[in-house]
Design a protein around this ligand. Structure first.
Ligand SMILES: Cc1ncc(COP(=O)(O)O)c(C=O)c1O
Length: 445
């Protein structure tokens, strides 16, 4: 019996105990989709069927799957030293990785705080912002401003500044106080089928001025936005919007946090979206593709001024925050190997080079039934479908299932299908994803 057959044999016995995250558990368990292997651009499911990965896992595996360089680095490190305490002790790999990240980060963001996920990166960045203002003699700056439709993970901090109703409603009485939201930038009336960044909508950043007038700049710690919203369905910033946010935050001494958990490491054609759009925030949150999804890891990149201010107080711990696994040696080894691959294979540049081809392929779906918008940048795109009369999300899920049945993994969020393949993808594989999608959209009522 092969490994794959062994897996499928045990499936029936083992499904009931695992409560799956962000999953319709009953629906899944009635009709499971199980992945067992991965190599290059492909998964294999438990029956041995090849599945083309149109989503880089969950926006993680930008260097493709089964990278020998990463598995060898992990295997070497786990033998050399499996774990080192992260509090009051160090190990060289964490420092090396921090240095490597500082080398590719936007100017000034030279300090790195390690976490284990995007959610933890977000909560860490929010705390670092408050800690900075206290150290800087402005302890009343504690409010946060997020944005509608923003996704910042699932910690209480993240869902508080996040703007996806479904993630907040069940917990609404216990969200952080002192949070406001900017309007989102999706304009389906004016900007549907825009290729790349929409040209209108930058003025939506000006709502920040109103929030400053309402609360007083002296009470606001930070604004947090995804430079491009990923989870809510690939919502691009209008031209000039991020620059405007930067100008207003700078004017009032408010920190700007870019949540780049999805956009970092080449997804939009540069190491960071911040670089693609020429706007430098004070903090950047990352995770996912940091080590190609191989081992849970996240990082917050921090401007020198924040770190320096925080080092001014009396001797002792400067930030009462951290994780048992911050800078985990095995995760760090995986990240260093991943950064080498990105560099050696010029994968960030590849994302930019393939952007035009990917864009044309995505927009070729424009005239299919129920397609109401297509958005794209770098190697990420979304097709928005109108909801069917069976309910919101049914049509999107149907397309997702049909694609999977035909051997292609796409991601459905409500009725939006997001495509974010590994950056090693070639043109023929882009065609394959788009052709499968076209058939699935045509077949779905
Ligand atoms: C922008 C953004 N922030 C935070 C997160 C949360 O990351 P994690 O699921 O690793 O906690 C995500 C996950 O998709 C994300 O897209």
């Amino acid at each position: 019996m092969t490994d794959i057959q062994n897996h499928s044999k045990s499936e029936a016995q083992s499904l009931e105990h695992y409560w799956m995250p962000f999953t319709a558990n009953r629906q899944f368990k009635a009709n499971p989709r199980m992945l067992a292997e991965a190599d290059g651009m492909y998964y294999k499911d438990t029956s041995g069927r090849a599945i083309l990965d149109g989503t880089a896992g969950l926006w993680c595996c930008n260097a493709g799957h089964g990278r020998r360089e990463i598995s060898e680095a992990v295997s070497h490190q786990i033998k050399q030293m499996d774990y080192a305490p992260s509090f009051q002790m160090g190990h060289p790999l964490a420092f090396e990785l921090a240095e490597r990240l500082a080398q590719i980060s936007p100017q000034g963001l030279n300090k790195v705080f390690f976490t284990n996920s995007g959610s933890e990166s977000v909560d860490s960045a929010l705390k670092i912002a408050i800690n900075y203002h206290r150290a800087n003699g402005e302890p009343t700056r504690t409010r946060f401003i997020g944005r509608e439709l923003g996704y910042h993970g699932v910690g209480f901090g993240g869902i508080s500044v996040g703007g996806i109703g479904g993630n907040r409603k069940a917990f609404s009485q216990q969200l952080l106080p002192g949070v406001d939201h900017l309007p989102h930038t999706l304009d389906m009336q004016g900007n549907a089928f825009t290729r790349g960044m929409p040209t209108t909508g930058a003025e939506k950043a000006d709502v920040l001025e109103q929030l400053v007038a309402l609360h007083g700049a002296e009470n606001i710690a930070a604004v947090i936005v995804e430079p491009m919203s990923g989870s809510a369905g690939v919502i691009l910033p209008p031209e000039g919007y991020l620059k405007r946010l930067r100008e207003i935050t700078q004017k009032y001494g408010i920190l700007l946090i870019f949540d780049e958990v999805i956009t970092a490491f080449g997804r939009v054609g540069d190491a960071f979206a911040s670089q693609r759009w020429g706007v430098t925030p004070d903090l950047i949150t990352t995770a996912k593709a940091l080590n190609n999804g191989a081992i849970p890891m996240g990082a917050v990149l921090i401007d020198d001024k924040i770190y320096d201010a925080s080092m001014q107080g009396p001797d002792g711990i400067e930030l009462f925050h951290g994780y048992t696994y911050s800078g985990h040696p095995v995760a760090a080894a995986a990240a260093l190997a991943t950064l080498n691959i990105y560099d050696n294979e010029k994968l960030f540049e590849r994302s930019r080079e393939l952007e035009g081809y990917f864009e044309d392929a995505m927009h070729s779906l424009k005239d299919l039934p129920n397609v109401i918008d297509i958005r794209n940048i770098g190697l990420v795109g979304a097709i928005q479908l109108s909801p069917s009369n069976k309910g919101i999300g049914k049509r999107g899920f149907d397309v997702f299932e049909r694609c999977f049945a035909k051997g292609t993994l796409v991601r459905a969020t409500a009725d939006i299908i997001a495509i974010s393949p590994p950056l090693i993808i070639d043109k023929q594989e882009i065609d394959q994803i788009v052709n499968t999608l076209a058939d699935a959209i045509r077949a779905t009522d």
